[in-house]
Design a protein around this ligand. Structure first.
Ligand SMILES: Nc1ncnc2c1ncn2[C@@H]1O[C@H](COP(=O)(O)OP(=O)(O)OP(=O)(O)O)[C@@H](O)[C@H]1O
Ligand SMILES: [Mg+2]
Length: 477
């Protein structure tokens, strides 16, 4: 799962505060504990030194009662658990405090062993107690015995415990502060960004009425305002485009309607002109001179050509105005039908026309027949000396079928690749190849009505391949 920006910002801030705060607190604990125990050790050695001073004389004169009094006084310090005074052999001569009596015995353990060879105080923490041991020496430096003091660790341990509790509370405060900062940062920065990303996605997806409600004076505010302006501008542009498209459709329809009505209505008077001119020639031909007859022939021929052009124009305008509703159409059957219609031309030119398995598409069957008829008709018509070989193929390319009609004819100069689809545009005189130049214009209109595109790939003298696309409907024969 992708983690959101808000979660990541909260987690990052929290972790950062935790790491920095934790390191500082951890280091404080370490230093604090160390300080407490160092101070305790210093104090313990100082206490031991003071006791040494107090027992010095009594030990020197071996006044055991005096020693007992001194030790009892020293024990008033509640931290001291036990004190042992030893002679030069390390044998305990006076003692006070808890534990079994050691009078007359030597002290054991590493401390006692080290004490006799050391010149300063030794200290060790052992069995939950703190031991300090060292020599008792006269002012002239001569050693007269040893002293061992055992301290309870309650006090430094309590202090360390206090420190840990304090630091634990500080950690809690740190966590709460970290959480608050993280949530605050997220609310202040991440939430607006997430809101803007959401709005930008909606606007990108076409919901142009979406607006961001963030109002603030920093860069995020500027960004929000810019996104809003972008959406508003795009909304305006799309509206203008839709209006233009609607206007264009309307004017196209009007134009088609006009072309249809004009060509339809022109047919009647043209028929009259042709009819009466032919009648004139028939009835009065022998009474007119040769020139007059020639003029009449020209007039008839002109009128017939005009009839042809008007008929083509009518066909062209009918693609848009008289199209049928789309239905599932088997293109293979359509091509087979086309070949039947074109049979005479195919036979006459000894053409070979083949086709691959073709799909079923949603379309206007009559117009698809017209389309294949024009393309295969051209492929057979625009041949050179060799018999035409024509092949119709089709393959699926993403969301559409790509149809291709390939021939081995005279080919087309690529510079005219677009011109040939314009109405009445021809590349040859009528004396060479018959026709009016309407076929490919009709093809283009039919393909566009089917939401497709048509184009040609060719070179002069190397045959031509006409391609067109039709959207797929997920069906194939
Ligand atoms: N398969 C082809 N090979 C070579 N040239 C072609 C081919 N198809 C079309 N053309 C060229 O494109 C021009 C336009 O073709 P289009 O089918 O529109 O008109 P036409 O065949 O001349 O007349 P119509 O189809 O109206 O009888 C043709 O005059 C021809 O020069
Ligand atoms: Mg043609």
């Amino acid at each position: 799962m992708k983690l959101g920006l808000r979660f990541r910002l909260i987690a990052f801030t929290f972790c950062l505060i935790l790491t920095v705060g934790g390191s500082i607190l951890g280091y404080s604990v370490y230093l604090g504990r160390d300080n407490i125990f160092n101070a305790f050790e210093r104090e313990a050695i100082e206490s031991a030194a003071v006791i040494t001073e107090s027992v010095l004389n009594d030990l020197y004169f071996f006044d055991l009662r005096g020693l007992d009094v001194r030790l009892a006084a020293a024990r008033a310090n509640t931290d001291i658990r036990r004190i042992d005074v030893m002679d030069l052999e390390g044998v305990v001569v006076a003692e006070t405090g808890k534990g079994d009596s050691r009078l007359g015995h030597q002290l054991g353990g590493p401390l006692a062993a080290g004490m006799r060879s050391a010149s300063t105080w030794l200290s060790i923490s052992e069995g939950g107690f703190f031991h300090v041991a060292g020599p008792v020496s006269m002012p002239d430096g001569s050693r007269i015995g040893y002293l061992h003091v055992e301290f309870a660790l309650d006090e430094p341990q309590a202090r360390a415990h206090h420190l840990a509790t304090g630091i634990f509370l500080m950690t809690l405060v740190c966590l709460a502060a970290g959480g608050a900062v993280a949530v605050g940062l997220s609310a202040r920065f991440a939430r607006p960004i997430v809101e803007m990303a959401h709005a930008a996605r909606q606007i990108g997806g076409g919901m142009l009425e979406t607006r961001i409600s963030i109002k603030r004076n920093d860069e995020l505010g500027v960004l929000a305002q810019s996104i809003n302006e972008l959406a508003a501008n795009r909304q305006k542009a799309e509206k203008a485009l839709a209006e233009k498209a609607e206007e264009l459709t309307r004017s196209n329809q009007e134009l088609e309607q006009f072309a249809y009505v004009a060509s339809h209505d022109l047919q009647e008077p043209l028929r009259m002109i042709t009819g009466y001119t032919q009648l004139l020639a028939k009835r009065y031909g022998d009474k007119l001179d040769q020139n007059a007859n020639e003029y009449i022939d020209y007039a008839v021929e002109g009128a017939k050509r005009m009839q042809g052009l008007i008929r083509d124009l009518l066909t062209y305008s009918r693609v848009g105005t008289r199209g049928k509703e789309f239905a599932l159409t088997d293109c293979e059957a359509v091509v087979a039908g086309t070949l039947r219609v074109l049979q005479p031309a195919i036979e006459e030119s000894a053409a070979t026309v083949t086709y691959d398995p073709l799909p079923t598409v949603m379309g206007d069957e009559t117009q698809l027949l017209q389309l294949f008829q024009n393309l295969i008709g051209n492929a057979v018509k625009y041949r050179d000396s060799k018999p035409p070989v024509v092949h119709v193929s089709c393959k699926q390319e993403g969301e559409h079928w790509l149809f291709s009609v390939r021939d081995n004819g005279i080919g087309i100069d690529p510079q005219y690749a677009n011109r040939i689809f314009v109405i009445f545009q021809r590349l040859h005189g009528r004396d060479k190849y018959a026709g009016t130049g309407i076929g490919l214009a009709v093809c283009k209109k039919i393909v566009e009505r089917h939401d497709g595109k048509i184009w040609v790939e060719s070179e002069l003298g190397k045959g031509a391949t006409f391609h067109f696309t039709i959207p797929t409907n997920g069906e194939r024969t």
